[in-house]
Design a protein. Structure first.
Length: 161
């Protein structure tokens, strides 16, 4: 008489199920790690772009105050010339980025972030002025009469569209 054994035993089925479950958990953990890494990379890139844009906002000679006469004068960082227009392209932000400026008028940066996932906002302190001469600059530094506005906080928010 020939004896027949089981083709699949219950303990074999349980062990295969445990291995498949362990592999599924491992794959899920790897996917979560990759997603978190990609988010961190995107946030870092966006933060770098926002830092660059705010630095250009307060230091670009196209719209900062000039100390002296005409183009030969020295630029003053953190002093925005009220008579000069600031634009989005001058901040180094292309069409793939959205931006919103608070406290200063920036052409092209009047959007709302809406449902953008990552929005980076950085604040800087600036003064507004125009046609600042050397004597007036010295007067401002010593606390005498000055045409520069009081320091005010401006914010630039940047996000990827």
């Amino acid at each position: 008489m020939r004896e027949r054994g089981q083709i699949f035993s219950v303990d074999f089925m349980i062990s295969v199920s445990v291995v498949v479950l362990a592999l599924a958990v491992l794959v899920q953990a790897i996917e979560l790690s990759n997603h978190a890494g990609q988010d961190a990379f995107n946030q870092g890139e966006l933060y770098g772009k926002a830092v660059q844009a705010t630095q250009l906002l307060v230091s670009n000679e196209a719209w900062t105050c000039r100390l002296g006469l005409g183009a030969a004068g020295m630029g003053l960082d953190n002093c925005l010339d009220a008579g000069k227009a600031v634009d989005k392209q001058g901040l180094g932000l292309g069409e793939e980025f959205g931006c919103q400026a608070v406290g200063v008028k920036v052409a092209g940066c009047d959007e709302e972030p809406g449902k953008a996932g990552n929005v980076v906002g950085l604040k800087r302190v600036v003064v507004m002025g125009s046609g600042l001469g050397l004597e007036e600059f010295r007067a401002c530094r010593t606390g005498r009469a000055c045409s520069l506005s009081a320091p005010k906080e401006v914010e630039l928010r940047v996000w990827r569209k």
